[in-house]
Design a protein. Structure first.
Length: 117
């Protein structure tokens, strides 16, 4: 058991060391105005390269992803019903649906689902 734990500890140490080395070697500090501006064949840029992004659209996308993952967690419950305790599977499904419904109601009350400001 100690041998397995030492291998796991060694694995984490090596992975953290490799991440630290990769991050320290990958940092670039030379960010002058010319380096970050877009290149358009020597001419001044016609428009900004950074297009403004709607924060409302981003929030709706994140909400969709969260609810999509929660719905994906409901799919295996149909397979568990055959092999497991029916009461446990039913309560697990109800808890997931309750969390999904409460999250939807919260987002609706906070105005996160409104497209018009």
């Amino acid at each position: 058991m100690i041998n397995m734990m030492s291998l796991v500890g060694l694995f984490f140490f090596i992975s953290f060391l490799l991440c630290f080395i990769a991050l320290s070697l990958g940092l670039k500090t030379d960010k002058s105005r010319e380096k970050v501006s877009p290149f358009e064949c020597g001419f001044d840029p016609f428009k900004k390269s950074r297009v403004p992004f709607s924060l409302r659209f981003f929030l709706v996308t994140v909400i969709f992803l969260v609810f999509d993952v929660e719905v994906a967690l409901l799919f295996p419950l149909g397979l568990l019903k055959v092999t497991s305790d029916t009461l446990f599977v039913g309560l697990s499904g109800l808890v997931l649906i309750l969390v999904l419904s409460l999250g939807l109601m919260h987002e609706w009350n906070q105005g996160g689902l409104n497209w018009i400001y």
